[in-house]
Design a binder for this molecule. Structure first.
Ligand SMILES: [Fe+2]
Length: 216
């Protein structure tokens, strides 16, 4: 009788001591701000429905939902970091820190059931959903051998300084003035006005302004 009890105690101890293994799960809800989890006071967390693995190697939905699982980032610093929140329905890997069921974390997202844009192996691709803002700070600080951008339209706000030659393979239209030589010799409007109104000395006479004018 005692032997049986001891065996039971040892079996329970072993069961409780087996480290929790990582599992796959399906994201059922994402908390984008102030997740309720108090583990490291995480900002992002998700409710994850655990997927069971059957003997045939198939993943099956379970009834178990782990609430508020913190989402690990691949890089976080003070006022910087990379954050990708998984979409509802995406498949994530849930690991358990220290092998403890009490500390689940999402440490990876599997590309199952997601549409992956075409990309080359070594390219850095950043995609955001349509109509969402891509906000990347300080991306352009640095030295680049060559930067190629392709878009149907670029909108720049603020003064733009180019320390080099500017080649435009198209037209230039300015709402304001165009001036060369640092603007010390007048601008295109000055040139037009002078041309349209200029006269010549012709003997003792002065000619009229030209019959042809520019932009008048
Ligand atoms: Fe003239």
């Amino acid at each position: 009788m005692q032997v049986k009890q001891i065996k039971q105690i040892i079996e329970n101890y072993i069961k409780d001591s087996i480290p929790a293994v990582p599992v796959l799960g399906k994201v059922v809800k994402v908390y984008e701000t102030d997740g309720k989890a108090n583990f490291n006071n995480c900002i992002y967390s998700a409710d994850v429905q655990v997927l069971m693995l059957d003997e045939g190697g198939n993943f099956i939905d379970s009834e178990v939902i782990i609430p508020d699982v913190p989402i690990l980032s691949i890089g976080i610093g003070n006022n910087r970091g990379i954050f990708f929140l998984p979409a509802v329905g995406s498949i994530v890997k849930v690991s358990f820190l220290y092998g403890s069921w009490a500390y689940p974390v999402i440490d990876g997202v599997l590309p199952y059931f997601s549409s992956i844009p075409e990309h080359k192996k070594d390219d850095l691709n950043v995609y955001v959903p349509n109509n969402k803002n891509e906000e990347i700070k300080n991306l352009w600080k640095g030295n680049y051998g060559k930067v190629e951008l392709k878009s149907s339209q670029y909108n720049l706000t603020g003064n733009t300084i180019i320390n080099g030659n500017l080649q435009v393979n198209g037209n230039i239209i300015a709402s304001g003035q165009i001036a060369d030589l640092s603007g010390n010799k007048g601008n295109l409007s000055d040139l037009r006005n002078t041309f349209n109104t200029h006269t010549h000395k012709h003997g003792n006479d002065t000619t009229t302004p030209p019959n042809q004018t520019v932009g008048a």
